[in-house]
Design a protein around this ligand. Structure first.
Ligand SMILES: N[C@@H](CCC(=O)N[C@@H](CS)C(=O)NCC(=O)O)C(=O)O
Length: 198
């Protein structure tokens, strides 16, 4: 059975939610439940998430989300036509680069880096960059139910989880993004995922 190693509502939540949307059976393993030092054998950076399926050990949350879509019998979680897939890739790469990075910069300089490496001066720049990228998201979300229009795709997992992350960091968020996040978090697969994680 697929195993997904994670921690709470970190980026590993994307994998948990995607596997539930895909309707795949899997076991969620909190890394906090493992023997100290054992997780690094699966993920050399000891970061979450990691998915293990038979001989495959897969890191990177976006790759895990796409793997769940590929394995699912459900149609449409990740578009297969050329133009649809190009639009899907466009927003996914945007989320994983421009939109997520200012949040991760804030996280690193608040708690993830060793104290000697933290630079609080970076926070104002990160907030500026976050605001710039959230404005670019309006083209996707304003007036649309989902990131790619009328149909749910795995891009919604990446986007809604990242908006949720921004809310937890108390970023100044546009009301349309908050409303979008709230809609996505009411999906049964998301509610089920929230109940599974540590
Ligand atoms: N690009 C990776 C990033 C993974 C990542 O940085 N995960 C964080 C939690 S959200 C982590 O495990 N951080 C621990 C650390 O940096 O030591 C992905 O999307 O899976």
């Amino acid at each position: 059975m697929i195993k997904l190693y994670g921690r709470g509502q970190s980026r590993s939540f994307r994998g948990v939610w995607a596997l539930n949307e895909a309707g795949l059976e899997f076991e969620y393993v909190p890394v906090s439940s493992l023997e100290p030092g054992s997780y690094v054998q699966m993920n050399s950076q000891a970061k979450v998430p990691t998915l293990v399926d038979g001989d495959l050990t897969l890191t990177e949350s976006a790759a895990i989300v796409n793997y769940a879509a590929m394995k699912s019998v459900k149609e449409g979680l990740m578009p297969r036509d050329t133009v649809g897939r190009a639009r899907y890739d466009g927003i996914c790469y945007f989320i994983m680069t421009d939109f997520e990075q200012p949040l991760w910069t804030i996280g690193k300089h608040r708690f993830a880096l060793p104290e000697a490496q933290r630079c609080p001066e970076i926070f104002a720049t990160a907030a500026f960059e976050f605001d710039k990228s959230q404005k670019a998201l309006h083209q996707y979300v304003d007036g649309h139910e989902y990131a790619l229009g009328d149909t749910f795709t795995m891009a919604d997992v990446l986007l809604a989880q990242t908006i949720n992350w921004a809310q937890r960091f108390e970023m100044d968020l546009a009301p349309s993004l908050i409303a979008y996040r709230d809609r996505m978090y009411l999906r049964p697969a998301c509610v089920r995922s929230l109940a599974m994680v540590d």
